[in-house]
Design a binder for this molecule. Structure first.
Ligand SMILES: [Zn+2]
Length: 81
């Protein structure tokens, strides 16, 4: 089984490639605002951080895990209704 230390992985989403890191609840010591639902991520809640694999990392965003998954499931090639 492949296990990456630190829980970091790459994903290609609707608007390009992101690096994702899972933050365990014990490491969530600050409150963040999730860009997916505009709600706060309270301290102690496991969540994910996403940022572009290029650049300086200033575009890091903290997401609820469920919000990130919902976002990344959208296909960029899906037809709009
Ligand atoms: Zn959210």
């Amino acid at each position: 089984m492949l296990r990456i230390t630190g829980g970091q992985r790459r994903e290609t989403g609707p608007d390009g490639e992101y690096v994702i890191r899972s933050i365990p609840g014990a490491a969530a010591t600050k409150t963040y605002r999730c860009p997916g639902c505009a709600q706060e991520i309270p301290t102690g809640m496991a969540h994910v951080v996403a940022w572009r694999p290029y650049g300086d990392g200033e575009d890091r965003r903290h997401w609820h895990s469920s919000c990130w998954e919902r976002r990344s499931r959208r296909s960029p090639r899906a037809p709009r209704h």
